[in-house]
Design a protein around this ligand. Structure first.
Ligand code: CMC
Length: 392
């Protein structure tokens, strides 16, 4: 075949060069555009981090104001697109609803589809950042049979999303500033993670010069899998199962280590981190604080901490260098905020959106980018002759 390398799962192959995010998985370091995740989580905001990821630098006050106002102006969904949600069953999982609606944006906005036109790319960027939270909130509203609200553009992005999700048309909605701050911080932690499965998907789809909406929609679908963003839902379901079966973590760990029925400790392990995931460290640190300020005490948080303690002292996990990843503790916080479990991966998608956009744009800004076209090692039959039906 002339091929010299075979790397199933891309364990050791760089598919691109990138200036956006740096990870040192052995040490547990994560930086966006050079800025440590710990500093961004503590001091920045999600909108500012989105700007940083997409444009490469922290914004000046004026740049941030322009960017924020542009996003505000685009939060509405087309009235026809709102009807789209009616076509799904009430009990539909929100992820395919959200990815379908994101993809449908390319049908509504033919004026922002050309990857080679910077003005169109900018418009598509702003539209996605503004509309995906509205789409996510409507997917939720539809699932609980509640009316859609119009965005309130006096609010910030995260506050607006909370109101669209939990508010009612005839009632004023008081955004809880603690919840908004915590969700904003969680979005920052999810905002980029270099060439993960969904981001690589966005790049691969985009490399055919497919438009930004469509490429991001593909990324949302890749994120849904339980080995990727779907892990946050899977972690909570795992914790609930352990709780309902009497809270026996030792028995659960026995099954994980024996690989019984393929049971895994969800929220543990990572392709790149062979040390504590710095995002998980921040989430764990803040989980107690956030639950306390919300007045919630959740036995699932204790089960999670118990599992972690056992795992970090167990040879199975030590030998394989398995540590908690970002998905291990987030679900407990989302639950305390009032989100149903099946919305968790949607929240991950909202957080990851600026990263997907940044990578798609970086790829197109590099004029030497070629279409992504992996090769294969063919293992099938060599040539054989067609067998007529009567001879089979
Ligand atoms: N529980 C039990 N065993 C595990 C786990 C786990 N969570 N993760 C990995 N292992 C074992 C695995 O069975 C293998 O064992 P062996 O050497 O005996 O075959 C060894 O550790 C190496 O794992 P791997 O599956 O070869 O590693 P990978 O880099 O291909 O997979 C992963 C990485 C994240 C898919 C995997 O660790 C996993 O399935 N974790 C659970 C799902 C999860 O939490 N995903 C979220 C990832 S972080 C955020 C995101 O991407 O969205």
């Amino acid at each position: 075949t002339g091929l010299t390398t075979f790397d199933s799962g891309f364990v050791n192959t760089a598919a691109t060069k990138s200036d956006i995010t740096y990870i040192d998985g052995d040490v547990g370091i994560l930086r966006y555009r050079g800025y440590p995740i710990e500093q961004l989580a503590q001091k920045s905001t999600f909108v500012e981090v989105s700007y940083l990821l997409i444009y490469g630098e922290l914004p000046t006050p004026e740049q941030l104001e322009v960017f924020t106002n542009k996003i505000r102006r685009h939060t509405l969904l087309h009235e026809d697109l709102k009807r789209f949600f009616d076509g799904f069953p009430r009990n539909a999982h929100p992820m395919p609803v959200v990815s379908s609606a994101a993809n449908a944006l390319s049908a509504y906005y033919p004026d922002s589809l050309d990857p080679k036109d910077p003005a169109q790319v900018e418009l598509a960027t702003i539209r996605l950042l503004a509309k995906l939270p509205t789409i996510a909130a409507y997917a939720y509203k539809k699932s609980v049979g509640q009316p859609f609200l119009y965005p309130d553009n006096s609010l910030g992005l995260v506050e607006n999303f909370l109101r669209l999700t939990f508010g009612f048309p005839a009632e004023p909605y008081e955004v809880n500033p603690e919840v908004a701050k915590a969700l904003d911080m969680l979005f920052i932690l999810h905002a980029d993670h270099e060439q993960n499965c969904s981001t690589s998907t966005v790049r691969l789809v985009g490399s055919s010069q497919a438009n930004l909406f469509t490429s991001v929609s593909a990324g949302i679908n890749a994120l849904w899998g339980p080995l990727h963003g779907g892990a946050n839902q899977a972690v909570l379901e795992m914790l609930e199962d352990i709780e309902t079966s009497g809270g026996d973590t030792a028995e659960f760990m026995r099954r994980v280590k024996n690989k019984e029925d393929g049971v895994k400790l969800m929220g543990f392990g990572h392709r790149v981190y062979k040390n504590y995931d710095p995002r998980a460290a921040i989430v764990k640190e803040t989980a107690d604080q956030i639950l306390e300020s919300l007045g919630v005490s959740d036995p699932l948080l204790d089960i999670a901490k118990g599992l972690e303690e056992v795992a970090l002292n167990d040879d199975y996990f030590i030998e394989r260098r398995l540590y908690p990843n970002v998905d291990f503790y987030t679900g407990v916080i989302y639950r305390a905020m009032g989100f149903p479990t099946r919305m968790f991966t949607v929240l991950f998608a909202l957080g990851r959106l600026p990263g997907w956009i940044a990578h798609w744009r970086e790829m197109h800004e590099d004029t030497s980018t070629k279409i992504g076209r992996p090769r294969q090692l063919y293992t099938g039959y060599t040539e054989r002759d067609y067998v007529p039906m009567e001879d089979r």
